[in-house]
Structure formats: structure tokens, C-alpha cells
Design a binder for this molecule. Structure first.
Ligand SMILES: [Zn+2]
Ligand SMILES: [Zn+2]
Length: 289
């Protein structure tokens, strides 16, 4: 894996950075942001996947349109979105995406999500800001007026709820995580949230509480090359704490990059190095495989 960083000082550059939406066919992952939900120093943990002519923006938080703009992209240039769950740091930018696409760019982006998540996303999050902007044949707009949904195919007999989406030679597996509420025992009784297995080589947890079995079993099944795991610097809460993650086997920690971090990240660099992690995923850096 190669890492190409973009200087953070570029954030204030007059000319935005160009971030390409296509490449020669290798897998490239760029963190549009890598901060926690309420971070003020880092953008939110949203990831751009590019492989050949295909690109997917994984989550689009409330600050994602700003981050994309600084990287030289408009939200209407993104062809395809994938939503892992309905917290605002993952979906808060979607109203801008919907309204800009429908009323300015006059196009309908694709969105990868399960039927279960689509219903939650529309009925409980997006409808209020989107539906009544236009009435067609006496009806306010619906999800399908803004989006072209793509359903991942469910894999039967998987250890946990698992479905797969693919296009060309990019494959993304979606597995359930145990994120909220903090009282849930496992993924089964958690509100729907998904992590990703990208090309069977990279694990991207999105948001989950510590789930040793998930990481260890995914690594055993796929000999993972790299893991991007969410973290928090305190105990309790709805993400894996640094203390819990430190208990993972050394060989797993060595390929694990921590993401979705709080503003105290710089103060923790030495500690995570000593604990044996690969490092912090850096926002705006492109990880190439
Ligand atoms: Zn989050
Ligand atoms: Zn979340």
C-alpha cells in the first residue's frame, strides 16, 4: 500500500486541489475526512473509493460538501453514494446532494443501500427537507425522484448479515456492525449500521463498538491487507475505545489504521505507535492498493 498525503495547509489555498474520480484500475481510498462526528479540526469520516472508471463516496456527512469543495469537487460530480448508517456525520450532506442534483444539475445519482436502510434514511432523516420542494401530479417528491437505488445482494449463510455490491472489478461487501445503542449485545439487536469489506482485502469498519470477533474472523477469512477502524479516546460510548483496540492481536494492530478520531488525535500519536498500530488514517490522504 502506498500513501500520498495532501498538505493540510492546502485547505486555505485559493485554488482547490484536484481529486480524480477515475484512475488506471488500482484501488484507491481517499479520506474526505477522518474525524469524529463533532470534530472541529478534522472533517467527518467519509471515504472516496476510486477504481478504474468507478467511484463511490462512502457516507456524506454534514461537512462533506465543504470538504469536497476544498478538494476541487462539487457534490453533483459524485455518481454514486454508499450509506453505512443514518448519523448526521454520515448522511448530513445528503440534502444538499439531493437538491443540487435535482434542481441545478438535473441528474439522479446512484445510491448503494439495503431496503431496510433506505426506509429509515427517507422516513426518519431526509424526507422533511426534500419531499415538499416540488409537487408532481399532486404528490410531493419521494426517494426515487432523487436517487437511483442499487441493492447489494444478500449472501445466505454468512456469519452475520452480509450483502455484496459490485461493478466492474470493484467489490464491496456490507456487514452489520454493533454501533447503537450502547446497550446492544451484538449486531443483531443494534440499529442498522454497516461496515465494509472492500475488494476482499481492506476492512473499513465505519462505526462500531469494539467487536473483536468481527475483526479477528474477517482477518482469518480474508487475510486482510489493511484495516481502517473507528476509535474514540475514552471508554463507554458507541465506538471502539483505544484501550479496547489495544487488546487486538499484534499482527492485526500492525495493519490497523485508526480513523473517526477526536480533536485530541495529535496527542495520541505516540501512544498508538507504542501500542503497535499502523497509525492514524490521515484525512485527504489517498491509500493505494
Ligand atoms: Zn460516525
Ligand atoms: Zn455513527
Amino acid at each position: 500500500m502506498n500513501i500520498a498525503s495532501r498538505a493540510k495547509t492546502s485547505k486555505v489555498a485559493a485554488r482547490p486541489l484536484g481529486l480524480a474520480l477515475a484512475n488506471k484500475g488500482n484501488l484507491e481510498l481517499t479520506f474526505i475526512g477522518a474525524g469524529s462526528a463533532f470534530s472541529k479540526k478534522y472533517f467527518q469520516n467519509n471515504l472516496l473509493i476510486v477504481k478504474g472508471q468507478t467511484h463511490v463516496l462512502v457516507d456524506c456527512g454534514s461537512r462533506a460538501p465543504e470538504a469536497l469543495s476544498l478538494l476541487g469537487l462539487r457534490v453533483s460530480q459524485i455518481d454514486r453514494f454508499l450509506i453505512t448508517h443514518t448519523h448526521a456525520d454520515h448522511i448530513g450532506g445528503l440534502e444538499e446532494v439531493m437538491l443540487t442534483n435535482r434542481f441545478v444539475a438535473h441528474r439522479k445519482p446512484r445510491i448503494i443501500l439495503t431496503g431496510k436502510l433506505q426506509k429509515i434514511l427517507w422516513d426518519q432523516s431526509l424526507r422533511g427537507g426534500a419531499s415538499w420542494n416540488e409537487v408532481v401530479d399532486g404528490q410531493p417528491l419521494g426517494f426515487g425522484d432523487f436517487w437511483d437505488p442499487e441493492r447489494p445482494r444478500r449472501v445466505k449463510d454468512a456469519d452475520r448479515e452480509y450483502s455484496v455490491w459490485s461493478e466492474g472489478d470493484l467489490e464491496i461487501g456490507l456487514f452489520r456492525t454493533k454501533h447503537i445503542p450502547d446497550s446492544s449485545a451484538g449486531w443483531e439487536d443494534s440499529f442498522p449500521s454497516y461496515g465494509l469489506l472492500i475488494d476482499q482485502r481492506v476492512l473499513f469498519t465505519s462505526d462500531t463498538r469494539f467487536d473483536r470477533d468481527l475483526v479477528v474472523s474477517m482477518d482469518a477469512a480474508h487475510s486482510l491487507e489493511t484495516i481502517f477502524h473507528d476509535c474514540q479516546f475514552y471508554k463507554g460510548g458507541v465506538h471502539a475505545s483505544l484501550e479496547e483496540l489495544t487488546r487486538l492481536p499484534a499482527k492485526i494492530k500492525a495493519k490497523t489504521w485508526l480513523m473517526h478520531y477526536g480533536d485530541a488525535m495529535e496527542d495520541k500519536r505516540q501512544a498508538i505507535k507504542e501500542a503497535g498500530f499502523a497509525g492514524f488514517a490521515e484525512e485527504w490522504a489517498t491509500y493505494s492498493f
